[in-house]
Ligand binder design. Structure first.
Ligand code: X8Z
Ligand code: ZN
Length: 620
């Protein structure tokens, strides 16, 4: 995970910057200010503020936020790599301090809003105000405690078949492995239900947390925390919601074709009793705990005849390519583009594998601990194709962090959070069969006649993911807006999952269930729309970088490996950080100013044609 919004100042790779330039109306701000200014030291200042004062304020604010943010990062690192009651408290206290400072500075920043400042300083003032402000000490303490507690509860979560019997307990990694490999519906269902019951233990905490968080958003004049999140994209929050819907409509036909084909294949595997002809498909059959990516279904959905085998797991094991060696290989891709080697401390301080002797948060994340050279990743790497790609994803965050380290603190962040998520995935799109062959990870490069198989494998990762990436925050936006109360959390969650993904719960909902909370980003309160944007954006970036590399041909066969021209263009965009609106960053790479799913649609066009023909033939 990466880049929490600044106000939650929590967990992995918190960044002080949260882009976004849609502030609430002056009126809303006024009301909020008068309430919150009671403890604001700036309110004590008399007279009209000057430009010099504003400049000093911004400089001091950056210095303070960076200092407290780094301290909170370190505490979060220790907590997430060694969960105990003590580390939980140490982390939540550090986070509370950082949160307090961010909130106070957000309120104080308003005093300078109308001054004729430089463009950079105006942007910084706006960024400072995209923050929660919890002026009440108790609220702040509760917010920080709940957030640490839920993150830890997720990390430690286990399903014990025999309650009280340690030996019968399975952690998330073990349950995910069952989902990935088993083809026994009863076993799949048991693992699925087992994990989903873990979250009910923190449902009440989540409901309370939402209340407090909203209080903090309203103090800053936002309608609720969801509106604050949607304000982070250099456009008004309503425009952002409309933009995501526009993109979803662009890609929905592609998803529908894939879903229809996968239904038929699942039906052939599990029978009509498990997989109906119409309507949503049970969620435990997709090879993934959240049915969010389906690459584990490749063996059952791959085209008939000679089909590409892109699974590198066996080779990784046979050749003893361990977590560190896998990470070095991924680093090698970035350096082949002309980017720097990772600092030695990266390998000394990262957590690459799951420690045997303590509880940790295994969900992969990238950390920018000091805004300079101290970058790390935290993963529980297994020798699988999936984890090989996740390493590329995490290193994308790290190379972004390193690229913008010369920016001032408020600009050390992504052009928006979707950009941060897209960098490593863009690189991973260049992990083509040819490239895997070059590294000795597959024996044969599939010929062009097998492209549909290669595309299918990618589609199971990327196309399958789109509706899930879209709906997580559809749900959260409603929760934060108060449209969905705790009693209806599950009801609305499953309405959305049926509507967008076409999947259903394998069994009726449980009393006081909290299925959304069984997803890491809900438990850790990490916004999710970023992944939806990133999925579309990575194909746009890939298209642009392939063009820069002088590549002509089908996009799915392009790899920018070793291409310095593409690397240079990419690096220039990364170095901009948050200093400019995101559309300028996009333009710097692609010449395009809007997000556009046509690159993704073009990439998958041959697969879409194939799927539609198969679906038509099978319907007869
Ligand atoms: O959380 C992540 C990364 C860290 S930012 C591993 N991802 C999302 C998820 O796992 O749900 C990457 C893809 C989507
Ligand atoms: Zn990420």
């Amino acid at each position: 995970m990466l880049k929490k919004t600044k106000m939650s100042l929590a967990f992995a790779s918190l960044s002080l910057t949260t882009m976004a330039l849609a502030l609430p109306s002056a009126d809303a701000q006024q009301t909020a200010t008068s309430k919150a200014n009671a403890h604001s030291s700036a309110s004590a200042k008399k007279g009209a503020p000057t430009v010099a004062e504003a400049e000093k304020f911004i400089k001091d604010a950056e210095e303070k936020l960076e200092r407290l943010g780094n301290a909170a990062q370190r505490a979060a690192w220790v907590y997430e790599t060694h969960i105990t009651d003590d580390t939980e408290l140490i982390f939540s206290q550090a986070n509370e301090l950082a949160l307090g400072a961010a909130g106070e500075l957000a309120i104080q920043a308003r005093r300078y809003n109308n001054l004729p400042l430089s463009a950079d300083n105006k942007r910084k003032l706006k960024l400072l105000q995209l923050s929660l402000s919890l002026s009440n000490d108790k609220d702040r303490e509760q917010y920080a405690k709940l957030s640490a507690q839920m993150n830890g509860a997720y990390g430690k979560g286990k399903y014990c078949k025999k309650p009280g019997d340690e030996a019968s307990c399975l952690n998330l990694g073990q349950l995910e492995a069952i989902l990935a490999k088993s083809r026994n519906p009863a076993e799949l269902k048991d693992a699925w239900l087992g994990w989903h019951q873990v979250a009910s233990s923190y449902k009440d905490s989540y409901a309370k947390y939402v209340e407090v968080s909203n209080k903090g958003a309203r103090e800053m004049g936002f309608a609720d925390t969801g509106a604050l999140w949607r304000s982070q994209y250099d456009m008004p929050p309503e425009a952002f919601a409309a933009e995501t819907e526009r993109l979803w409509q662009q890609v929905k036909p592609l998803y529908d074709s894939l879903h229809q084909y996968v239904r038929l294949k699942l039906q052939q595997t599990y029978g009509k009793a498990e997989v109906p002809d119409n309507g949503p498909i049970p969620a435990h059959l997709f090879g993934n705990m959240w049915s969010q990516s389906w690459e584990n279904l490749y063996p059952i959905v791959k085209p008939q005849g000679p089909a590409a085998n892109l699974d590198i797991a066996e080779t990784l094991k046979a050749k003893n390519i361990d977590a560190k060696a896998m990470t070095k290989m991924s680093e090698g891709f970035y350096t082949s583009l002309g980017m720097q080697s990772l600092p030695a401390s990266f390998y000394e301080r990262s957590q690459l594998t799951k420690p045997r002797d303590r509880e940790v948060v295994c969900h992969a994340s990238a950390w920018d601990v000091d805004g300079d050279q101290d970058v790390r990743i935290k993963m529980c790497i297994n020798q699988t194709t999936e984890d090989f790609l996740v390493i590329h994803h995490e290193l994308g965050h790290i190379y972004y962090d390193l690229a913008y380290r010369k920016q001032s603190p408020l600009f050390k962040g992504g052009a928006n959070d979707g950009f941060h998520e897209a960098i490593g995935d863009t690189v991973a799109l260049s992990v083509t069969p040819e490239y895997l062959h070059k590294l000795g990870l597959i024996n044969q490069v599939p010929d062009a006649s097998q492209d549909v198989g290669v595309l299918m494998d990618r589609a199971l990762q990327k196309v399958a993911f789109l509706p899930f990436a879209y709906l997580v925050d559809q749900w959260r936006w409603k929760v934060y807006a108060g449209q969905v109360k705790p009693a209806d959390y599950d009801k609305v969650w499953w309405e959305l999952r049926e509507k967008y993904q076409g999947v259903k719960r394998p069994a009726p909902s449980e009393a006081n269930g909290f299925d959304a909370g069984a997803k890491y980003h809900v438990a850790s309160d990490t916004p999710y729309a970023r992944y939806f944007l990133a999925t579309i954006l990575q194909f746009q970036l890939h298209r642009a970088l392939c063009r820069e590399a002088g590549y002509v041909g089908p996009l799915n066969r392009c790899s920018i490996y070793e291409n310095k021209a593409a690397g240079k263009k990419f690096q220039a965009m990364l170095e901009m950080g948050t200093s400019r609106p995101w559309n300028e960053a996009l333009k710097a790479v692609s010449g395009e100013e809007k997000l556009d799913a046509t690159a993704m649609l073009d990439y998958f066009a041959p697969l879409k044609t194939w799927l539609d023909a198969q679906n038509k033939a099978m319907a007869k």
